[in-house]
Write a protein that binds this ligand. Structure first.
Ligand code: AMP
Ligand code: FES
Ligand code: ZN
Ligand code: ZN
Length: 311
């Protein structure tokens, strides 16, 4: 069996239990965990995402990616707190179990967790929305982004981070390229600056493979929920994800190269024309003060239409 590359440099001879094909790196468990966190630190620095002097809000869903991100950031000494949006999805007790997972994680880390309860904020839940419209899944994303942004501003966080990983980024890049979706392509960067009422956003796990994140979560015994949303209708995305998996199988490292070379070589060309592709008519919602494409914003309109109550 191969020896751990990092033990070897310490003149030990521990066998490597873990092999990272994309990095051609054999590692023991201990060094996998330290490599994982150092690699995260390098991503944060390379893309100038945030510093240790800033307060960070981690969007936590209860899944392995966001809980891993929270744990690794805290281990690296970042001041990172959690925000969970309770969506009221009762199928398979999904929201309840997700909530338990994020609460257990907050307790383990000894960090504050903010919980937004959609029902009490808006007067309706995602299942309520689903009974009325087929677009509930994309609306769910809008609702989550809305609360992340407004809460981060209200509570004084400088940056919002999400658990999107390399597999997510590579497959959505493929989808956006196949459809020449220039608006997304020109903004597909792992950190977006604070502008026009939006708080800075970053995806610090953008260079980490999903498989490595799962391994980290398991080795650290994080209390994550393995099930994904029972209502999500990912018809097209898993297909692109599957295609990327097949490419990766043939040539390990493909996802990483595809994504990083895009950022380095192609994005600057699209980004030059960013203003032309952007929603130029962004306004401030007269009800809630959040940036939106129209006023009242979608969240305020939904609240009025479906919920009625609350502010
Ligand atoms: P997904 O689109 O479900 O893969 O989620 C992508 C990222 O969004 C996750 O890694 C989290 O950072 C964030 N997220 C998803 N669901 C929630 C939630 N209910 N509350 C807060 N953040 C969430
Ligand atoms: Fe939003 Fe499933 S998490 S619809
Ligand atoms: Zn080692
Ligand atoms: Zn609004």
């Amino acid at each position: 069996m191969a020896r751990c590359r990092l033990c070897r440099s310490e003149r030990e001879r521990t066998p490597a239990e873990i092999y990272l094909p994309a990095h051609r790196l054999p590692l023991c468990r201990k060094h996998f965990l330290s490599w994982f966190e150092r690699y995260l630190e390098r991503t944060i620095r390379t893309f100038r995402m945030f510093t240790r002097r800033e307060r960070i809000l981690v969007a936590v869903s209860g899944g392995k990616d966001s809980l891993t991100l929270w744990q690794a950031l805290v281990n690296l000494g970042y001041e990172a707190d959690g925000l969970f949006v309770y969506l009221g999805i009762e199928e398979n007790s999904f929201s309840l179990l997700s909530r338990r997972a994020v609460e257990a994680m907050a307790e383990r880390l000894g960090r504050p967790l903010h919980v937004v309860d959609m029902k009490s904020e808006l007067g309706f839940t995602i299942p309520d929305l689903r009974r009325k419209t087929r677009k509930y899944c994309s609306m769910c994303g809008t609702v989550k982004r809305h609360y992340l942004n407004s809460l981060a501003k209200r509570l004084g966080y400088s940056v919002i981070v999400t658990g999107h990983n390399l597999d997510d980024e590579a497959s959505s890049l493929l989808g956006n390229l196949l459809n020449w979706n220039l608006k997304y392509l020109s903004r597909k960067y792992p950190v977006l600056p604070a502008e026009r009422g939006f708080v800075r956003k970053a995806k610090p796990l953008c260079r980490h493979y999903e498989r490595d994140i799962r391994l980290y979560a398991e080795l650290r015994r994080l209390p994550y929920l393995a099930e994904s949303c029972p209502l999500s209708e990912e018809a097209i995305r898993p297909f692109y994800a599957e295609l990327m998996d097949r490419l990766e199988e043939r040539a390990p490292g493909t996802k990483l190269r595809f994504y990083l070379d895009y950022l380095r070589k192609a994005l600057p060309l699209f980004a030059e024309h960013k203003e032309e592709f952007m929603e130029r008519d962004l306004v401030v919602c007269e009800r809630c003060g959040e940036p939106a494409v129209g006023s009242p914003c979608l969240v305020c309109r939904l609240r009025e239409e479906f919920g009625g109550a609350g502010t």
